[in-house]
Each structure stands twice: as structure tokens, then as C-alpha cells.
Ligand binder design. Structure first.
Ligand code: PBG
Length: 321
């Protein structure tokens, strides 16, 4: 007779039959880099997360390298914003300088640097594209995204990650990278990116909340799982090397489906609001942070995520040793 408890008898046997594991090498740690000097500025809604100027970045990066976390995902906070987000594609922009700094330091040689490609942190209106008469323009935005990606690649980025959700941006970026001699630079596409309230704390961190309207004309309706697969198909056809599902926890079905339907690595983005909820409940003493976070990470692996982008990455890495 089947008795399921036989294989749960003791830790050794449970370890042996465990199906999914979290590996530090598969964790990606988001880092906010800010224009200026001597800045280490806490993000209020995200305890443990800071905005760093380049001269203060080393402490954080050393921890990443020491813990064995696989990659950082860089977000920039520029000194000036304008209508056309020019800080994103300025070769002297904050991310370009940050990448050049990281790549100039021998100790970070093996660290993968992923650059988020979007305009929203650089536009005065906070939208992810150019605007005319209150409309977020698609095709007019594409060359700027492509220029941004090329500029990051030139600075030394290992991977570019477009998060804007304009149609056809993966194709535009792939073409521009190829034409500029960056055929080897992969694109990690935010393919199934939903218009989510879980991004609230990030927008505080990056100062990127849209000043009018919302992102619902370009990010996906949280109700739509089938449509997410169309987004994924488009991005793969256009040349994506990885596909991201974002947010993670409320979208595990989407992660699962991406994994079973497509043979390319799936990345789960455990976003800012998901992190804030865990931190807030932990601070209240309502939950056990370590156990909860490990359960979330393992759940994302079980759903099918190959890699996980998470603000918990350094903590998870320290718990895994
Ligand atoms: C930029 C971008 C956002 C996030 C990643 N890239 C914000 C948004 O779309 O409003 C959110 C990340 C997070 O919440 O952790 N488009």
C-alpha cells in the first residue's frame, strides 16, 4: 500500500527526494544606482535596499560577489529627467558610468551585469515611452530603446533587459545590437509584464511613477494568462534569449505555462511590493522571514523559473551556505 509518509520520515530522506532547489548562481540582485556622490539612501518601503552613488557601490557589490549571487540588475536614477528620457541613452549616463566602473574592477570580473532598458526613470513624465497628446507612442520610442541598449552594451553590459513593454522592441534592440557589433549580447525580455500594483515601492525608489494616467496601455492586464503567451511568442520570434514573468507570486501559473510551452530560460521577477510585504510582516513579528522567503523562492523554482530576480537575493544566499 502507498504510504506517502515513508519518504518524509527524517531529514536525510526528505533531502534525498527533494525535487527543487534554490541555487545562488541563479539569483539576480537588483541594484539602484544614483547620480551624485557619497549617497547611500534607504528606500523607505524596502528595508535593506538602498540607492547608491557609484563611489558607494563597492560595499554592495562586494557582498554580491562574496555570497556567490550570479548577477546584478542595474536601475539608474539620473540627476536630470526630460521629456525624451535622454539620460537613458547618454553615453555619460548614470548606468553607463556604473557599468564602466564595475567592469574596470578586477574583483567583479565574474559578475554578470544586466542593464534594465526603459525610459521611465529618465522621463520627466515617468512613462516608459515618448508622449504626444497624452498618448504613449510605440514606434517612435523604439529607436530610443535600441540606442539605450547599444549604449549599455558599449559600456560593457553583459545582458540587456528591456522592461518598457512597447511592441516590437526586442526586434529593434536585437537589430541595433547586431549592427553595432554586439551579436553576442543576450536580451532578457520582460515578456509577461503585468500592470501591477506590486511595483509601488520600486517607483518610490526610482522616482518613476507616471505623472498622469497609468501603464495599462502598454503593460498587461493581470487577468490575462493566454495573452501573456502571445507576448512571449512575439518576444521569442523577435530574438529574446530569456523571458521574464513579472510580478512573480500572483503569476505562478504564467511562469508554469512559460516553462512548459517554450524551451528558453524563464526568469521570475519577485518585485518590490512582494519584498515589502514580507519585510512589513516580518517587522510586525507576524511571519518568520527566512522560512517565508525560502518557501517563496522554492515555489518559484517549482513553478518552473530557472532564475529569480529578487531583492532578497543576498539574504537567500547567506541562508544557503
Ligand atoms: C521599469 C521597471 C519597473 C520595474 C522594473 N522595471 C517599474 C514599472 O514598470 O513601473 C518594477 C520592479 C519592481 O517593482 O521591483 N519599467
Amino acid at each position: 500500500m502507498d504510504r506517502m509518509r515513508r519518504l518524509r520520515m527524517n531529514p536525510a530522506i526528505r533531502d534525498m527526494v527533494r525535487e527543487n532547489h534554490v541555487r545562488v548562481q541563479e539569483l539576480i540582485y537588483p541594484v539602484f544606482v544614483m547620480e551624485g556622490e557619497n549617497i547611500c539612501n534607504p528606500v523607505e518601503a524596502m528595508p535593506g535596499i538602498f540607492r547608491y552613488s557609484i563611489d558607494r557601490l563597492a560595499g554592495e557589490l562586494n557582498r554580491v560577489v562574496e555570497t556567490g549571487v550570479g548577477a546584478v540588475l542595474l536601475f539608474g536614477i539620473p540627476a536630470h529627467k526630460d521629456e525624451i528620457g535622454s539620460g537613458a541613452y547618454d553615453d555619460q549616463g548614470i548606468i553607463q558610468k556604473a557599468i564602466r566602473y564595475i567592469k574596470s574592477e578586477k574583483r567583479y570580473r565574474d559578475l554578470l551585469v544586466i542593464a534594465d532598458v526603459c525610459l521611465c526613470e529618465y522621463t520627466s513624465h515617468g512613462h516608459c515611452g515618448l508622449i504626444k497628446d497624452g498618448v504613449i507612442l510605440n514606434d517612435e520610442t523604439l529607436p530610443l530603446l535600441a540606442k539605450t541598449a547599444v549604449s549599455y552594451a558599449k559600456a560593457g553590459a553583459d545582458i540587456v533587459a528591456p522592461s518598457d513593454m512597447m511592441d516590437k522592441r526586442v526586434a529593434a534592440i536585437r537589430k541595433a545590437l547586431d549592427e553595432n557589433g554586439f551579436i553576442h549580447i543576450p536580451i532578457m525580455a520582460y515578456s509577461a509584464k503585468f500592470a501591477s500594483a506590486f511595483y509601488g515601492p520600486f517607483r518610490e525608489a526610482a522616482g518613476s511613477a507616471p505623472c498622469f494616467g497609468d501603464r495599462k496601455t502598454y503593460q498587461m492586464d493581470p487577468a490575462n494568462g493566454r495573452e501573456a503567451m502571445r507576448e512571449v511568442e512575439e518576444d521569442i520570434a523577435e530574438g529574446a534569449d530569456f523571458i521574464i514573468a513579472k510580478p512573480a507570486m500572483a503569476y505562478m501559473d504564467v511562469i508554469r505555462e512559460m516553462t512548459v510551452s517554450y524551451n528558453i530560460p524563464v526568469v521570475a521577477y519577485n518585485v518590490s511590493g512582494e519584498y515589502s510585504m514580507v519585510k512589513a510582516a516580518t517587522a510586525q513579528g507576524f511571519i518568520d522571514e527566512k522560512k517565508i522567503v525560502m518557501e517563496i523562492m522554492t515555489g518559484l523554482k517549482r513553478a518552473g523559473a530557472k532564475m529569480i530576480i529578487t531583492y532578497h537575493a543576498l539574504d537567500v544566499a547567506s541562508w544557503l551556505v
